[in-house]
Design a protein around this ligand. Sequence first.
Ligand SMILES: NC(=O)c1ccc[n+]([C@@H]2O[C@H](COP(=O)([O-])OP(=O)(O)OC[C@H]3O[C@@H](n4cnc5c(N)ncnc54)[C@H](OP(=O)(O)O)[C@@H]3O)[C@@H](O)[C@H]2O)c1
Length: 334
Amino acid sequence: MVKDYPDLCPINNNDFGMKAAIYERYGAPEVVQVKNVPQPVPGANDLLIRIYATSVSSGDARIRRADPFAARLVFGLFKPKRPILGYTFSGVVAATGAGVTHFKSGDEVFGSTDMTMGAHAEYLCLPENGVVIPKPAQLSHEEAACLPFGAHTALHYLQLANIQPGQKVLIFGASGAVGTAAVQIARIMGAQVTGVCSTANLELVRSLGADEVLDYTNPAHTPAPESFGVVYETVNKTPLEACFSPLKKGGKLILGAALLKGMIAGHFNGMLQGKKVLAGVALNDLPKLRRISEWATEGRLKVVIDKTYSIEEIAEAHRLVDSGRKRGAVAVRV
Ligand SMILES: NC(=O)c1ccc[n+]([C@@H]2O[C@H](COP(=O)([O-])OP(=O)(O)OC[C@H]3O[C@@H](n4cnc5c(N)ncnc54)[C@H](OP(=O)(O)O)[C@@H]3O)[C@@H](O)[C@H]2O)c1
């Protein structure tokens, strides 16, 4: 038994299985139900992780809805191939395979599963060389579980845009999971940051260090034309012309949430206007996870959590994410 975690089960206990949030068809939040399923069994190089917290991200909600329809080509044409969602987790190593050398039972860890998902459950198996590192003691399990989705994505794109100290960066969707991280990371990189959000979130975005905040519901707050070196649209809600207009000639537009049609339109318009468009999938990796973990440990990168649910309430968590209005991330305690 590991101190501080008396409920930790160090062996696979398939007689009793584990609790997991399962979705067996695509659809509304109600398709997600908590059921008892067999625990995963670690291979020689795997960690068996007892998950204490996870997050329902906008990515999870989109896969659950099969949005866009083409997502079915990856996640299952007629029904989900992998019935447990969940990209990010924080928990404790419950057991290790015989070949594992860098972790031991009782280690507090957090990270990301990437496309294999499966973190909306009590237990998860991950290779020890996966995107998993020690959890900073300063962060709760909820904070650690909510850190990677937004911060990893924001760091990926801000590195791709090669942000320079003093550069003016405009961030649309500054109050979402990606946006709250992007505001802080762009500031850490030395940029002068303007965040765009609704009236209710102006104070939140200012508190994260934005030099200026603009209210997208107020026409007087339209960003000045051709005045930013980088524009980062994080939520796929801003019309393309409103993204290009504030961007200087030669500047970079990050379309971090665009679908294929939006990316093609973005690249075409960018070519015509002499502005570069960055888009695509933000993959998770260990160097980025280590970087955001250091910043969080130093208190320079804060995790914004809108609400925390229990695993039994996970359909409610999906409902909040589907609203498109969450502030930061949504945590789930397992
Ligand atoms: N490319 C990749 O690999 C990748 C990786 C991760 C995520 N993503 C995508 O990135 C997107 C963002 O994820 P997220 O979790 O950050 O989103 P999110 O948290 O669901 O975004 C919600 C936020 O969007 C704001 N918002 C809504 N309409 C807005 C508008 N017109 N202008 C500005 N802000 C607006 C809301 O604030 P208000 O209530 O103030 O409007 C709310 O705070 C998702 O579509 C996700 O699928 C892509």
